[in-house]
Write a protein that binds this ligand. Structure first.
Ligand code: PRP
Ligand code: MG
Length: 212
């Protein structure tokens, strides 16, 4: 029997809530994080536990049919991938921040400055639209440390509770975008799997309604 293949985050902030919404949708999944692949017991669904940043490529290639992923990741590198449902969890912002002690007037203050980020496309586009030129340093994690070690003047990263910024002596100065978890679909999904998606989506919508 054909199964629909869903990618969810292997570990990190979305993992738990993604499994939870599937569970509330009545889908029981054998096994968890140790195995990279799991099968649902009572729905034709296969679960792949993947790294966040890899999920857009898997969707584009049609290796997975759907994913629960942060909208911010799709904005950064999800060209061609469709969002079919906003899931109302894992809300966060993608923001620019600078050291607390540094004065800030406007985005122009970033002109000629070095910005450390894991979201180069998002920042590039944002700055371009506002006519600001900055020097981007791409790093994959612990971005907030960059100003303290002299790697950058500011950073662009996800802000959720704000505690990482606070602990690193930074302040948020611009909110570039707001994000939440979404259900995303591969451009390569087959007709047969599309009808499985409809069934799954119907269940997810009931969960979202019940949560309100
Ligand atoms: C994420 C993100 C921020 C932080 C924001 O990092 O990159 O650093 O969470 O959350 P907060 O506002 O609630 O502190 P994560 O802890 O996932 O680690 P990483 O950056 O090393 O991937
Ligand atoms: Mg971080």
């Amino acid at each position: 029997m054909t199964k629909i293949r869903i990618a969810i985050q292997k570990s990190g902030r979305l993992n738990e809530d993604s499994l939870k919404i599937l569970k509330e949708a009545g889908i029981s999944i054998d096994n968890g994080k140790d195995q990279l692949k799991a099968i649902a017991r009572n729905f034709p669904l296969e679960v792949f536990y993947l790294r966040n940043g890899d999920i857009p490529q898997y969707l584009r290639d049609g290796v997975v049919d759907i994913a629960i992923i942060g909208e911010n990741v799709l904005i950064e590198k999800g060209e061609g991938i469709t969002i079919v449902e906003r899931l109302n969890f894992s809300k966060c912002k993608v923001s620019l921040a600078i050291p607390k002690a540094v004065n800030y007037n406007s985005l122009d203050d970033f002109e000629g400055k070095r910005i450390a980020t894991s979201y180069p496309n998002t920042v590039k586009k944002y700055l371009q639209q506002k006519g600001v030129n900055a020097d981007l340093h791409i790093i994959n994690g612990s971005v907030e440390i960059a100003p303290n070690i002299g790697l950058a003047d500011g950073i662009c990263d996800i802000v959720s509770s704000g505690s990482t910024l606070f602990k690193n002596g930074l302040k948020e100065v611009e909110v570039m975008l707001k994000s939440e978890a979404v259900l995303a679909v591969s451009p390569e999904i087959s007709e047969e799997r599309k009808s499985l998606l409809s069934k799954l989506q119907f269940r997810i919508q009931s969960v979202l309604r019940a949560r309100q």
